[in-house]
Design a protein. Structure first.
Lengths: 251, 622
């Protein structure tokens, strides 16, 4: 059974059908890329799956259980981690404190009012920062980070939940090409080791073709193609619509 | 009560409603375009009434009376334009709380200006020539001036709507109300549009004041009474909506007079006195509206969530050094009675009480990122709880423990509603709750002693000495401070900041942002309640003033003096404020003028607070 199933999702904003009958599934350990031009509905898909938005129609299932309309904090408990297209962590805290808070929340201790937070899960937080390449910045105020580092921190926060499903909305935007591949290699390694299911969007085609097991192509709210890199590359509609654009330079 | 009496009351209610509409329409227009909730609106009304009386006397005769009406409105309009250009213009981009505070600074300045110009005594105006009698209506004598007012409101609504629909200026005002950015895009001179709207709104307020000449004397207390009424009407009608204001004014005017007219009603064996509800009922209506329909009867949700600059700044979690410093400061403070006279000890007691109050407010404003404008409610609940328990012969120590619990219960209830709103709507809702608490204290004579308040709240014999009581305050207050600071360092404190910094991210990390903010309320309320209880015992008596709007504002000023981003800031702010207030009140009758000026200076020049601002400047330099 697939870990994540989306069935016939629909979401309208006024007159715009942002997501218009989209179905897909992601299996444990699988890395699926959702691509499409600007405004195709990728972030909206993520928000439907991640609980930030409730669909007008359709279903979201995790391990076969209906989770449509479950708020994000409920999905967090069910093992969903996500990053945001416009990443911003908690600016009033240091990098390591951000991760510590995520770990405290996972442990169900975010409401403790008398313990000291700075000493909690310090080692675990450092380990996560080491993995995501942020170790040197651990005590930096989060508001002073470069955007690429904020993106990495966003990922570290999502990983703090030891998620079964990871949703990443443009995880490598604002990074240099080498950093992009390093970050995706890390995610791929975790997916291999622990069976993490990954759904991500990306405008960088090298990243997509290099790190996705399967690719879904979205255009104006509809899926127009799906399959492995070769299939999608060969698809005439995709070529016309998307790769034609990309060939002129990545957006 | 006969049907005829009811009818007379109804006419009176509608006449009041008419005035309310005049007030509310101006306030609403100003909010619609500038997004500023103008606390000084009632002050413009007050000035309008004083000015109209003065002009009517100067000009003399019937013509003098009738000329004074438009002239007073015009004068207040000019005053409003000047205030907009000097002050409001500088706070349009500031967070809502700063805007409210800046306009409150204006309230204080205008009040003392009126005191200086017209003196502290109430001034009676002339009656309306030709309309001073009463009119026979269905066999009843109805004041002619009331009928004139009732006729005026719908005419004014039509005139304003025509102005907005027919003129180019009106179209711009409407466009700006619907979408601020659009006006900038049209290349309109936004600054003049804002000034114009402010002048018009103020002129309407001035006119509302001038029209009261035959109804009530000009008095210095008019400003706050008036503006809270206007708030209520505008919030119920929907901020920015004229028709909403019209409906809400009628509703509030009629409901208030009905309560008054009903008087005591026999209900299930006991007499329930509705006339005691006149003050509470309008705030209840307002709170109900904000909870059920936050945008009001006829308002619409703002097109885009208002973006106010984030107050988020990095906060280093205080460690051992901070604790050591705080401990040393506490010890130094404890030595005061050994070195200074009793006067200084009493002043220091006040400072300690208000430091606790300010820290509790800062808890919600700073780490909580909320904009509470009625924090005095919790102070007052604690104070009254302690006062009532003292009268019930509870030992002081027990009362000092129970009072924070009572305040925390209030915080739990108020907070549950408040966290559903944000920005200016949250500020208004907290204000409504504070005014409900104040009205209850003011009108429930049997229990709270009404406007006379409670007396004879004496500390236990072992704490009766001023120095002993001061030490007691230090112990209780110090413990509460330490607890609050501890909570800020706890996971809960981190979660609270996370919910402020980035609610969406917090939710995705499993943190229920709204719940975290909700629970911050009882924590802050308990501390404020303890401050109130200590205050009650230190003064020995209590009046509703303990939880008036002025108390809430004092707290805000203390926090802003100290700065939002430091833990010690509110303590420093409270000390500075309380000491300055004491020094200045001893020297002049114009304390409010100085406080108002300080507020304006703070908000415009030091938005980080004095301590925060100095620290920032220091960091920039080094
Ligand atoms: N909250 C919203 N309100 C109104 N319209 C929205 C909202 N969110 C998205 N849309 C619209 O829905 C459509 C899909 O937007 P979405 O953000 O999902 O696209 P995307 O594929 O993520 O684009 P990008 O590559 O630019 O991130 C767009 O037309 C967008 O304008
Ligand atoms: Mg997107």
């Amino acid at each position: 059974m697939a870990l994540l199933e989306a069935e016939q999702l629909r979401k309208r904003f006024g007159g715009v059908a942002a997501v218009d009958g989209v179905s897909f599934a992601v299996a444990a350990g699988e890395r699926v890329a959702l691509i499409g031009p600007n405004g195709a509905g990728k972030s909206t898909c993520f928000n439907l799956v991640g609980g930030q938005l409730a669909p007008d129609e359709g279903h979201v299932r995790l391990h076969g259980h209906e989770v449509t309309g479950t708020p994000p904090r409920g999905l967090f408990r069910l093992g969903v981690g996500r990053t945001f297209q416009v990443a911003a962590a908690f600016a009033s805290m240091s990098v390591v404190e951000n991760v510590q808070l995520a770990l405290l929340s996972r442990a169900g201790r975010a409401f403790g009012a008398l313990a000291r937070a700075v000493t909690a899960f310090r080692a675990e937080a450092r380990a996560l920062l080491l993995r995501t390449g942020l170790d040197a910045l651990a005590d930096r105020p989060c508001g002073q980070l470069a955007y690429g580092d904020v993106k990495r921190l966003d990922l570290a926060l999502a990983l703090a939940n030891q998620p079964r499903l990871l949703l990443m909305d443009e995880p490598t935007a604002g990074m240099a090409p080498a950093e992009r591949h390093a970050l995706m290699a890390l995610v791929s390694a975790i997916a291999r080791e622990s069976g993490l299911a990954v759904l991500f969007t990306e405008h960088d085609m090298d990243v997509v073709f290099g790190h996705a097991d399967r690719i879904l192509v979205l255009d104006r709210g509809r899926l127009i193609a799906a399959g492995d890199a070769a299939t999608v590359r060969a698809d005439p509609e995709v070529k016309r619509l998307y790769l034609g654009e990309a060939a002129e330079g990545p957006s | 009560m006969t049907f005829a009496d009811l009818l007379v009351q109804l006419v009176n209610g509608l006449a009041q409603a008419s005035t309310l509409f005049l007030l509310a329409s101006g306030l609403s227009l100003i909010f619609g375009v500038t997004r500023v909730v103008n606390f000084a609106h009632g002050s413009f009304t007050m000035v309008g009434l004083y000015a109209a009386i003065a002009m009517a006397e100067r000009l003399g005769g019937a013509a003098g009376f009738w000329l004074a009406l438009p002239l007073a409105a015009l004068a207040v309009g000019v005053l409003g334009a000047v205030a907009e250009m000097l002050i409001l213009r500088r706070v349009y981009q500031a967070p809502e709380l700063f805007q409210l505070l800046a306009t409150f600074g204006l309230v204080l300045v205008l009040k003392d200006a009126a005191l200086w110009l017209w003196g502290p005594e109430d001034i009676f105006g002339p009656r309306a020539p030709g309309l001073s009698g009463s009119v026979e209506l269905a066999g009843l004598a109805v004041p002619a001036w009331d009928l004139f007012l009732i006729a005026l409101a719908p005419l004014l609504l039509l005139a304003l709507e025509a102005l907005l629909a027919r003129t180019r200026w009106g179209v711009l005002v409407r466009a700006a109300t619907e979408d601020r950015h659009m006006v900038g895009a049209l290349g309109v001179n936004q600054a003049w549009l804002f000034t114009g709207v402010f002048a018009l709104g103020s002129a309407l307020a001035g006119l509302a004041g001038a029209l009261q000449m035959p109804r009530e004397p000009a008095s210095l207390g008019l400003d706050l009474v008036t503006v809270t009424d206007a708030f209520v009407v505008v919030v119920i009608g929907g901020l920015g909506s004229l028709r909403g204001a019209f409906l809400a004014a009628a509703l509030v005017g009629v409901v208030k007079t009905l309560c008054f007219a009903l008087g005591g009603v026999e209900m299930g064996g006991t007499t329930f006195n509705f006339s005691k509800l006149t003050l509470v009922v309008e705030f209840l209506l307002m709170a109900l509206t904000l909870v059920l329909r936050p945008w009001g009867l006829a308002g619409r949700a703002p097109a885009a969530a208002q973006e106010s600059p984030a107050l988020v700044e990095w906060v280093r979690v205080p460690g051992v050094r901070f604790a050591a410093g705080a401990g040393a400061a506490l010890l130094a403070a404890a030595a005061l009675p050994l070195l200074a006279d009793e006067y200084a000890v009493v002043l220091a007691t006040d400072i300690a009480v208000f430091a606790l109050f300010a820290v509790s407010l800062h808890f919600l404003m700073g780490p909580g990122g909320m904009a509470p404008f009625g924090h005095a409610a919790f102070f007052g609940v604690g104070a009254y709880a302690a006062g009532l328990l003292a009268q019930a012969a509870w030992p002081m120590a027990a009362a000092l423990l129970a009072a924070p619990l009572a305040a925390a219960a209030a915080g739990l209830a108020v907070g549950w509603f408040c966290v559903r709103l944000s920005g200016v709507y949250l500020a208004m809702l907290t204000l409504a709750f504070a005014q409900i608490a104040w009205s209850v204290a003011f009108q429930w004579d049997d229990v709270t002693g009404g406007s006379n308040g409670l007396v004879g709240i004496r500390p236990a014999p072992w704490a009766a000495d001023k120095a002993h009581f001061y030490w007691l305050v230090l112990v209780f207050g110090g413990t509460a401070l330490a607890l609050l600071w501890r909570v800020l360092q706890s996971p809960f404190g981190f979660a609270l900041r996370a919910a402020r910094d980035n609610p969406r991210r917090a939710q995705a990390l499993g943190i229920d942002a709204r719940r975290v903010q909700w629970l911050a309320f009882p924590a802050a309320a308990a501390a404020a309640g303890l401050a109130g209880a200590l205050f009650a015992y230190s003064k020995g008596s209590l009046s509703p003033e303990a939880m008036g709007i002025a108390r809430s504002v004092d707290g805000l000023v203390m926090v802003l003096l100290g700065g939002l981003h430091t833990l010690a800031g509110p303590v420093a702010g409270a000390a500075l404020f309380t000491w300055l207030q004491d020094e200045i009140i001893r020297r002049t009758d114009y304390w409010r003028l100085i406080l108002g000026a300080v507020i304006l200076l703070l908000v415009i020049a030091f938005p980080r607070g004095v301590v925060g601002g100095l620290r920032h400047a220091w960091k920039e330099r080094s």
